[in-house]
Write a protein that binds this ligand. Structure first.
Ligand SMILES: Nc1ncnc2c1ncn2[C@@H]1O[C@H](COP(=O)(O)OP(=O)(O)OP(=O)(O)O)[C@@H](O)[C@H]1O
Length: 477
């Protein structure tokens, strides 16, 4: 293993002590600094073999400073440590020419391994591309799984390598494709998306490559395809696994030759696009099964990226949920906050529809919830999870009833046509009300009727009609 000298700048005393200790144990010499001013003083005494820098320092920004240092000393690898584990930080670190970026908290083993690799590969860093540091980025999440995604994005933004994004539906594949586009040199060009599953199979080639007038029945005029529309920008091929095999052959040829001809045409057009493809099925399996061309698979899979399902990054759920509430407020809906135990319920859910399902739920809660705080029970109701009957008595009752009505409205037409909807919904509200009140008064019908403002005979009739046995309610809730 190569040993060397490491200079660490971090304003957190504990980080300095612990990291220095670990690196010394690994055989390196270590100097430390707590501020950028101290770092400057240390650098005057001599450049280290590797520099490790925190981002937020008392007298400035570690990445900005690293940009300058990398330009001045291209052979000194810089490792960025950051507690602000966002895509912006990963991209900024990459653009600054940093050797690597480690989100905090990191484990010491990873850090020592990264230092060893940096020492072994010492040499000029890749030149930094200028970037929009403060651009607000849409990708939310600080989980280790998302950090891996950010690193891959950061590495591909400044080149044109083809990226294949895999992941379940709703995990953010299109958002990632947009982020790659928005952060790279093609950002001033168009971002064009095409979903293979949403277009009739026989039209896919014409949609992708365009067609000439009269190329097929109904082609009344020449039409530019998505490849042409995306010229100078990025083409996002969604659900690539659904691409018919003939179109695959044509796409492969375009990727190999960098040019294409329109359907029914003879002109050759240069394909000036960056390709990002996405799939929610196992494309390798499709290759094995013969539904997807192996050569095309390898052409697309130059940089593979897998987006984890939301249930594999539960620690991001609260962050995402609050982000979607903020977005709803920006869009003019009332501003809502989430109780901590509401976040617990969200974290426990399995989210088969992933981030999209969470986004939809938060939008509905922003619109429907009456209180400005969203409770755990409201969320349980919306998710169709069991709740204590008593929860219906809290201010979330609107939400409960609306959620129920919404579910009914989505049901089969015959459910809606039997003409009993009003009575059924009233019964849905009435039953828990009567049951709860009976339980509250130990089955005493007179007291329960009084509490509800009913007379005792009316209550008795409702009990008969709803088939509620008052005796069985005396001990229950
Ligand atoms: N990390 C994230 N941060 C913020 N919003 C996200 C994130 N991931 C996904 N979303 C939001 O969730 C929704 C679904 O994302 P997107 O359409 O990118 O998913 P997808 O994987 O492409 O889905 P599909 O496979 O169904 O096309 C979008 O509204 C997107 O903005």
């Amino acid at each position: 293993m190569t040993n060397g000298e490491v200079l660490l700048v971090d304003d957190d005393d504990a980080v300095r002590v612990v990291v220095a200790q670990a690196l010394r144990r690994a055989g390196h010499r270590v100097r430390t600094a707590a501020t950028l001013a101290e770092l400057e003083r240390e650098l005057k005494l001599g450049a280290p073999d590797v520099l490790i820098t925190d981002v937020v320092l008392p007298d400035g920004d570690g990445i900005e400073n690293a940009t300058r240092l990398v330009a001045e000393r291209p052979d000194m690898p810089v490792i960025v440590l950051s507690a602000r584990n966002t895509l912006t930080t990963a991209v900024r670190a990459n653009e600054a020419g940093a050797y690597d970026y480690l989100p905090k908290p990191f484990d010491l083993e990873t850090l020592t391994r990264t230092v060893a690799k940096a020492l072994a590969r010492r040499g000029p860093a890749t030149p930094a591309a200028p970037g929009d540091d403060d651009q607000a980025l849409p990708l939310i999440g600080r989980s280790p799984a998302m950090q891996d995604v950010y690193r891959v994005i950061a590495r591909v933004v400044s080149n044109d390598l083809t990226v294949l994004v895999s992941g379940e539906s709703g995990t953010g594949k299109e958002l990632v494709a947009r982020a790659i586009h928005d952060l790279g040199p093609r950002r001033s060009g168009p971002f064009v998306a095409i979903n293979m599953a949403a277009i009739p199979r026989e039209l896919i080639e014409a949609e992708l490559f365009g067609h000439e007038r009269g190329a097929f029945t109904g082609a009344a005029q020449r039409n530019a395809g998505r490849f042409e529309q995306a010229a100078g920008g990025t083409l996002f091929l969604d659900e690539i696994g659904d691409m018919p095999i003939e179109a695959q052959t044509r796409l492969l040829r375009v990727l190999q030759q960098g040019e294409f001809t329109t359907v029914g045409g003879s002109r050759t057009i240069r394909a000036d696009v960056r390709i990002v493809a996405a799939t929610n099925r196992d494309l390798q399996q499709a290759v094995t099964g013969g539904a997807f061309r192996e050569d095309l698979y390898y052409r697309l899979n130059v940089v593979p990226m897998t987006l984890p399902a939301l249930r594999e990054r539960r620690q991001d759920i609260g962050l995402l949920a609050r982000h979607f509430l903020d977005r709803a407020a920006e869009a003019g809906l009332p501003r809502k906050t989430l109780d901590d135990d509401a976040v617990d319920v969200l974290e426990a859910h399995d989210w088969p529809g992933n981030v999209r399902e969470l986004e939809n739920l938060m939008r509905r809660l922003a619109a429907l919830s009456r209180d400005h705080r969203i409770s755990a029970d409201e969320i349980r109701i919306m998710l169709g999870e069991p709740i204590a009957a008593a929860a219906l008595a809290d201010p979330g009752i609107d939400v409960a009833v609306r959620a129920y009505i919404e579910r009914l409205a989505r049901s089969e037409p015959h459910v809606l046509e039997d003409g009993s909807l009003y009575d059924r919904i009233i019964a849905e509200v009435e039953r828990p009300l009567i049951e709860t009140m009976l339980a509250r008064f130990g089955g005493n019908q007179l007291r329960a009727a009084r509490a509800m403002g009913l007379n005792r005979n009316t209550l008795r009739k409702r009990l008969d009609l709803l088939g509620i046995d008052p005796a069985s309610r005396s001990n229950g809730r």
